[in-house]
Design a protein around this ligand. Structure first.
Ligand SMILES: N[C@@H](CCC(=O)N[C@@H](CS)C(=O)NCC(=O)O)C(=O)O
Length: 219
């Protein structure tokens, strides 16, 4: 059955791979499933046809036959449940990998998004300068804990899993802040994941949508 996901017609990051369709592309590449992409504009995302698929008017969505999903955690869990390669067979190891998926989106991502919001959307507010160190320290607190747990392991719990995929994509948003580099084992963890052939294919696919036309520059 054909899998179709949605992605930005023009990603605000210009193809750095931070838009969340990259997570889904990556998961599909890891399990070797082909997929199609329907590109949507910001306007189309808020129109009834897309809202029927995604109640919050966002990307990505996932369609497969008569199944329509939104939320990358749920989409990647669905992919990992149905195809080998992203969750271990052992029941306890599988439960722990799923725990890391939740930890990525529910515990580590919120302070990182808060930092991105403070930097990008609230950068011009008079109170941002005073607030920024607090927001940065909340990120550092989480990374300190994550770094302590990872130590010198390659992945969070044994073999690479959907938990690592989600965690790495969440951490990548920190790159412009410089905070990730304060934790060498986490920087190495992200680099290790980015070296995976499946990640590279996913990254290139989203870049192909967003790269400037030949001979011209992107505004
Ligand atoms: N929790 C959602 C977040 C989805 C999300 O924030 N999508 C962004 C792109 S990465 C989006 O569509 N932003 C446009 C908007 O919210 O209008 C998920 O993990 O799927």
């Amino acid at each position: 059955m054909t899998i179709t996901i949605t992605a930005f017609e023009r990603s605000p990051d210009g193809g750095k791979g931070l838009a969340r369709d990259t997570r889904v592309r990556w998961a599909l590449e890891e399990v070797g499933q082909p997929y199609e992409v329907r590109l949507v504009s910001f306007r189309a995302m808020k129109e009834p046809a897309h809202l029927a698929l995604h109640p919050f008017g966002q990307i990505p969505t996932y369609e497969e036959g008569d199944l329509g999903l939104f939320e990358t955690g749920a989409i990647i869990f669905h992919i990992a449940e149905r195809h080998a390669g992203l969750l271990p067979d052992d029941a306890n190891a599988r439960a722990r990998a799923i725990t890391w998926m939740f930890a990525a989106v529910n515990t580590v991502e919120p302070p990182i998004l808060e930092l991105a919001t403070a930097r990008i959307l609230e950068g011009d507010k008079p109170w941002t300068k005073e607030r920024m160190p607090l927001v940065q320290d909340r990120v550092r607190d989480r990374l300190k804990q994550l770094s302590a747990r990872l130590r010198d392991a390659d992945w969070l719990d044994g073999a690479f899993s959907a938990g690592d995929l989600m965690m790495v994509h969440v951490l990548q948003r920190l790159k412009p802040s410089g905070i990730l580099e304060e934790f060498p084992n986490l920087s190495a963890y992200v680099a290790r994941a980015e070296a995976r052939p499946a990640y590279k294919r996913a990254f290139e696919a989203q870049l192909a949508v967003n790269k400037p036309p030949a001979g011209g520059s992107k505004s």
